[in-house]
Design a protein around this ligand. Structure first.
Ligand code: AMP
Length: 289
């Protein structure tokens, strides 16, 4: 793989050889199998794969979280060299180089950024949109791969590309999980082994939504799930919401259900001071028939 750490170097390289499909996987590093599954998907569907590693300060609403975010570039390079081909690319820009190129823009996300993660991490999605836009303008990818783990982020990036009329196709990829069901995350490294084991309760409890037959059961299901998780260890549920996959509108017991939509139960949980998110897709059994 080729490694570039400045925008100019990367642009020069890409300018020289723009042929075939360019697939892009943006990450913040501390790579795990979840990230690598995105890279694998890009390798399958693109002629060249470009992975970026950039811990983006503008998306951290909590400076302590940014400071504690795990970083291990040597391990990341070693993992990527096992999966990327000789002509694939790793891009590791720095803050000033990237952000000095930013131009003013405004983007109406139609409220997608105001619920769930947006509500509890004010400013988070504005930072995500800023960096992904800058990276897309730098890389100009044909395809970009994002994990369903960050379900709301994926919905927002799709909206951004549509509203700004960008030429990149966004591909959502499934969530990879640890053996106990815990969604893989760079933040899992900060959990002590016992908590990491116990945190499997988040996904097993969330899976209760698969058995829900109608919206009337949502409220009790939510109460049961929160109780199960919070009794399962040092866990505190920050939010648990069922939303539709497009508007991210919350589905409640009295909602009128549009049968054409999928539903996602989205959760954020504090395990001590480590914040974990997860989600699961389901449909109401009575609609399925
Ligand atoms: P991050 O480094 O956390 O910004 O994640 C980079 C990309 O990897 C994002 O598109 C995430 O949604 C995706 N990702 C993170 N964890 C997982 C996972 N467990 N399974 C699949 N994709 C993931």
């Amino acid at each position: 793989m080729k490694i570039f750490d400045t925008v100019d170097q990367l642009r020069m390289h890409l300018g020289n050889k723009r042929e075939g499909v360019l697939g892009f996987v943006p990450t913040m590093g501390a790579l795990h199998q979840g990230h690598l599954s995105l890279v694998g998907e890009s390798r399958k569907r693109s002629d060249t794969t470009l992975v970026s590693i950039f811990v983006n300060p503008t998306q951290f609403n909590d400076p302590a979280d940014l400071k504690k975010y795990p970083r291990d570039i040597r391990k990341d390079i070693s993992l990527l060299s096992g999966i990327l081909a000789e002509d694939d690319i790793l891009f590791t820009p720095d803050y000033n180089d990237l952000y000095s190129r930013e131009k003013d823009f405004s983007l109406d996300l139609e409220g997608l950024d105001l619920v769930m993660e947006g509500k509890y991490r004010p400013g988070h999605f504005s930072g995500v949109v800023r960096v992904v836009k800058l990276l897309f303008e730098t890389v100009e990818p044909d395809l970009a791969f994002f994990g369903q783990k960050d379900f709301q982020q994926l919905a927002i990036i799709k909206k951004m590309v549509k509203v700004l009329n960008m030429d990149t196709k966004i591909i959502g990829c499934p969530i990879l999980r640890e053996e106990n069901g815990l969604a893989m995350s760079s933040r899992n490294e900060r959990l002590d082994p016992q908590t990491r084991k116990k945190a499997g309760i988040i996904y097993s409890a969330l899976s209760k939504y698969c058995k829900v037959k109608s919206p009337a059961e949502l409220q009790q299901t939510e109460i049961n799930i929160i109780k199960e998780i919070e009794q399962g260890g040092d866990f505190r549920v920050e939010y648990l919401e069922v939303v539709d996959s497009e508007s991210l509108n919350r589905i409640t017991s009295s909602s009128v259900i549009n049968t054409g939509l999928n539903f996602f139960a989205c959760i954020a949980v504090y395990a001590g001071d480590v914040r974990l998110i997860d989600n699961t897709e389901f449909s109401f059994q009575f609609i399925k028939g």
